[in-house]
Every structure is written in C-alpha cells, then in structure tokens.
Design a protein around this ligand. Structure first.
Ligand code: GAR
Length: 189
C-alpha cells in the first residue's frame, strides 16, 4: 500500500475527488491532508471525509518539520491539489519525483509565481486564447517547472468569461487527476 498526503490551500474539491476515487483501493491510501490556510474549505471537507488534517505554517515547511510529519506518517507520495506555496528544497529532496501538482492551464503558458486559480483564467481570457487546459506535473523547487506528466485542453470561446474557463477546467481536473495519480504511482513501483 502506498500512502499519499494531499496538500491544499483552498476549497479542496480535487482533494475530495481523490479521496472518493481511492476509497476502495488496495494499493493507494489517502492518509493525510495538510493545509496552510485556516480559512480553507478543505478543512470542513477533511472532517466530513474523516481524513486527518494537519495545519502548518511557513517556518514548519522550511525547517523540515513538515517532512518529519510526512515521514512519521509513512507518506510515500505528496499530492498538491490547489496548494499555493512554493515547495522548499528540503521537501523536494525528501520526495524526489514523488510530488505531483495540478495546474489549471497548459504549462508552460500561464504558470509561475502569482499564476494560480482565477488569475490564470482571467489571463487566458484577457490574452484571447482559443484554448486552455490542465497540466499535471512533477514538482521541483521552481513554480510550475517540473516534468509534465499529463495535459489535456479544451476550447475557449470568444464569449467565455473567466468563470466559464474555470468551470471547464475543473471538470477535467476532477475527471483526470485521480487517474493520473494512480497511473504515475503504480508505474513507479
Ligand atoms: C485547481 O483548479 C488547481 O488547478 C488550482 O487551484 C484549484 C484548486 O481547486 N491550482 C493552482 O492554481 C496551483 N498553481 P480545489 O481547491 O477546489 O481543488
């Protein structure tokens, strides 16, 4: 059994989908949620889903305290599902090629610091893009730059508002993220 920890800073809809997907799995177990934002919707979801949740701050992330928590919980893989802080070196080094992020655009477009959530969808519309999509990728020490595992695109219509782009992307995220996590973990074991 491979244990995964899900890091989330926001609503946590992807985190919930991942929990549902692996509920009956004999190979992958969602062991823990970690959250850095006391206002995040994922906190209520964790309670409802009965997944242990650990809150942490920047010093704990940078000092190695978070890695210690992950190791104590025998975490094999880290999943970033709407997690907005840069992952520090000590965490990347403790989980080499074992941290996976989802980004709501077709990287390398619309990535980097400050490019998250609605900022991405606003930029896509502003730029008059004819398509957008989602990217699932490995995490390194630079925002949104690790090796790409999976991408899928959808058309952006001239009439689409950022909310429309967000909605189309979210459907794809919920459909593909759990499966891609499963495939990636099972392929490396
Ligand atoms: C998702 O759309 C995810 O791609 C995005 O945050 C949203 C979280 O939604 N992540 C980023 O922008 C990371 N740069 P959720 O909390 O409902 O899963």
């Amino acid at each position: 059994m491979k244990n995964i920890a899900i890091f989330a800073s926001g609503s946590g809809s992807n985190a919930e989908r991942i929990v549902e997907y692996f509920a009956e799995s004999e190979q992958i177990n969602v062991k823990l949620f970690l959250c850095n934002n006391p206002e995040a919707g994922v906190i209520q979801r964790a309670e409802r889903l009965q997944i242990p949740l650990i809150m942490f701050d920047r010093p704990a992330f940078k000092s190695g305290e978070v890695v210690k928590i992950l190791q104590e919980n025998q975490i094999d893989w880290v999943i970033l599902a709407g997690f907005l802080w840069l992952v520090p070196k000590n965490v990347v080094e403790a989980f080499p090629n074992k941290i996976i992020n989802i980004h709501p655009a077709l990287l390398p477009k619309f990535g980097g610091k400050g490019m998250y959530g609605h900022f991405v969808h606003e930029a896509v519309v502003e730029n008059e893009e004819t398509e957008s999509g989602i990217t699932i990728h490995f995490v390194n020490e630079c925002y949104d730059e690790g090796g790409i595992i999976f991408q899928v695109s959808f058309p952006v219509l001239k009439t689409d508002m950022p909310e429309d782009v967000a909605r189309k992307g979210q459907v794809l995220e919920h459909t593909h993220f759990p499966e891609v996590i499963e495939r990636t973990i099972l392929a490396s074991t």
